[in-house]
Design a protein around this ligand. Structure first.
Ligand code: SAM
Ligand code: SF4
Length: 338
């Protein structure tokens, strides 16, 4: 095997890593964390230097694209520094940020100057009241401002992610899709996933097919854009609707319908330094403890290879399975790094 590539136990090449830089957040999205979420003590989180070292080791094994996520990454005071470290390491596939957008406008220019290339913002509703219900906070207006600012700055892409939950925001599918008419945005609908104690039920679940069918029933025409696997597991479509030709696009992220495991190219680093093969997997490999105990780069690289070797083949979850039978991770999405 080429020394500079990372291949998992199922022959898939790993080229994309998502690094969670914090478990903290200034929202409390109902699907992600409870109101009284307990956070890890700060010394348990990766430091900027540890993030940079981990990223450098992964880049040396052929990881070309990195995403910074959390929790909410913008709550970390050294976020701009982390981005500039990643730029110095070199990720030709881009440096992306997942954010809820609330604090983004305060640092958007600095993040751009530091080397951030792509921004994904979470927005589950196109109006304030639904937003408050989903996020348990009144920050709708700042998030809209963040979206407009991100679009006004020369980022390579600006995407919106919306988790769809029946009875909660499924009536927002059309208003969210309509945002792509005038704005050069990609809006992606995410299937609701069960985690920790987010009280997921079959009845809440809206499949990507149902979301698509609701759009089609409203007169939307969706034309697939060639799928680039390095871009992640969202099928993207250009859009025509009764409004006319849309400037932006629509996409579906389908973790439950399991349409992308075969081509999975990603691993995750949790904010407490575990390398994780699969979002729903349990075979995490601790990098932080060895790092703090003085492990050499060679020792860490062999741990990274081991984590890839044991990466699960596919998500162990299917709709129709009772939740109590699902092999759930005790961590919720903010603790894994979404
Ligand atoms: N705080 C940032 C944000 O909200 O974009 C980054 C972290 S968040 C955990 C990353 C993504 O995970 C968001 O798009 C969020 O909607 C998604 N997410 C969290 N919990 C989820 C769940 N139970 N099912 C589906 N997506 C989820
Ligand atoms: Fe925070 Fe993002 Fe989780 Fe919402 S989805 S609670 S914004 S980490």
């Amino acid at each position: 095997m080429d020394e500079r590539t990372l291949v998992d136990g199922h022959g898939r090449r790993i080229t994309y890593v998502r690094i969670s830089v914090t478990d903290r957040c200034n929202l409390r999205c109902v699907y992600c964390m409870p109101e009284d979420q307990k956070f890890r003590p700060l010394p348990h989180l990766l430091t900027r230097e540890e993030i940079s070292r981990t990223a450098r080791l992964l880049a040396s094994l052929g990881v070309t694209k990195v995403r910074i996520t959390g929790g909410e990454p913008t709550t970390r005071p050294d976020l701009v520094g982390i981005v500039s470290d990643l730029r110095d390491i070199g990720f030709p596939g881009g440096i992306a940020l997942s954010t809820n957008g609330v604090l983004f406008p305060r640092m958007a220019h600095e993040l751009l100057a530091a080397g951030l290339t792509k921004v994904n913002l979470s927005l589950d509703s196109a109006e304030a009241e639904h937003f408050r219900k989903m996020a348990r906070r009144d920050h709708f207006e700042p998030v809209l401002k963040a979206i407009d600012l991100a679009l006004a700055l020369p980022f390579d892409s600006v995407k919106i992610n919306a988790v769809v939950i029946r009875g909660m925001n499924d009536d927002q599918i059309l208003p969210l899709a309509a945002m792509t008419f005038a704005k050069d945005l990609s809006v992606r609908f995410i299937e609701f996933m069960p985690f920790g104690n987010n009280d997921w039920k079959d009845a809440d679940f809206v499949s990507w097919e149902e979301t698509r069918d609701r759009l089609l029933a409203a007169g939307y025409e969706l034309t697939p854009i060639t799928r680039t696997f390095v871009a992640g597991p969202a099928d993207e479509y250009t859009v025509r609707s009764p409004l006319g030709e849309h400037r932006g696009s629509l996409g579906f992220i389908t973790p439950i319908s399991d349409r992308f495991c075969d081509t999975c190219n990603r691993m995750r680093v949790t904010q407490d330094g575990f390398l994780k093969g699969c979002l729903f997997g349990h075979r995490d490999v601790d990098l932080l403890s060895p790092m703090r105990q003085g492990a050499t780069d060679e020792e860490l690289l062999s741990l990274v290879r081991r984590a890839a070797e044991v990466k699960e083949e596919r998500h162990p979850m299917f709709v129709g399975m009772e939740k109590r039978l699902l092999p759930l991770h005790a961590r919720n999405m903010s603790e894994i790094g979404g």
